[in-house]
Design a protein around this ligand. Structure first.
Ligand SMILES: CC(C)(COP(=O)(O)OP(=O)(O)OC[C@H]1O[C@@H](n2cnc3c(N)ncnc32)[C@H](O)[C@@H]1OP(=O)(O)O)[C@@H](O)C(=O)NCCC(=O)NCCS
Length: 216
């Protein structure tokens, strides 16, 4: 019997997850039932042929076994995931078949792993983590809950990335570095020094531009 999955969020990340799950059907017995999104103008539209069935609140009316919370904003993804978990909803890991995970990699519920992602031995991914296209996480690194490693980003060995942190497109984090929670590493940056919680850092080597939430 196949696992019936509902995708929560029909924006860009919802499209990415729909694509991942369609590809994953070659390895896993899954059925993508539909997407739910709180933008009422999206109801009735389709994403890669999969229908948008209504708002998130209509989940109890949609027969399903598990969901993937496909919302790009890290804090919002966490909030919606926690709320659904509280209501007993099961989270599915959306993993594209063209990825490489060492046999001992631990990935939390609700992770989304795009094509080309590589995760080497001893690495750990918290719940709701996004590893985008061609992102790599080297051995013994920890990517905490609801963090996002963007397309083409490279995370060295024994790195720690805090909760809800975004590693931007093509950025690199050198081995052994610690990055706090709610931090943004800009596209193309190279993280050479540890970074604290809640900062925006850019450049090579990455330097703190401002605190998150402060005007640029
Ligand atoms: C770092 C970032 C968050 C800054 O955004 P912002 O606060 O809106 O910053 P601004 O665009 O106002 O730029 C502020 C300054 O930083 C510079 N800057 C912005 N992003 C930069 C980057 N990635 N690398 C180097 N410099 C950067 C700008 O050129 C500007 O410099 P200036 O004042 O000398 O002109 C954003 O540019 C970024 O890289 N985000 C990551 C996006 C990403 O990879 N998303 C992945 C999911 S698709």
């Amino acid at each position: 019997m196949s696992t019936r999955i509902v995708i929560i969020g029909a924006g860009g990340q919802g499209l990415v997850v729909a694509d991942i799950l369609i590809a994953a059907r070659m390895r896993e017995p899954i059925e993508v039932v539909g997407l739910l999104d709180d933008d009422p103008t999206r109801t009735g539209q389709r994403v890669l042929g999969i229908p948008i069935l209504g708002g998130i609140g209509s989940l109890p009316d949609v027969p399903h076994d598990a969901v993937v919370v496909a919302i790009g904003d890290n804090a919002r993804r966490e909030q919606i995931t926690r709320d659904l978990e509280y209501r007993g909803v099961r989270l599915h890991i959306a993993r594209h078949p063209f990825t490489s995970f060492a046999s001992d990699v631990a990935a939390g519920p609700g992770c989304m792993i795009s094509a080309g992602a590589v995760v080497t031995p001893g690495a750990r991914l918290g719940p709701g983590v996004i590893l985008n296209t061609r992102a790599s996480v080297d051995h013994q690194s920890v990517v905490a809950a609801f963090a996002h490693v963007s397309a083409g980003a490279t995370v060295g060995a024994d790195v720690s990335i805090g909760e809800r942190t975004l590693i931007g497109l093509g950025a690199s984090v050198m081995s052994g570095r610690r990055i706090g929670a709610d931090t943004i590493v800009g596209a193309g940056a190279v993280v050479v020094h540890d970074l604290p919680d809640g900062v925006v850092a850019v450049g090579v080597p990455a330097r703190i531009l401002r605190r998150v939430g402060q005007a640029g």
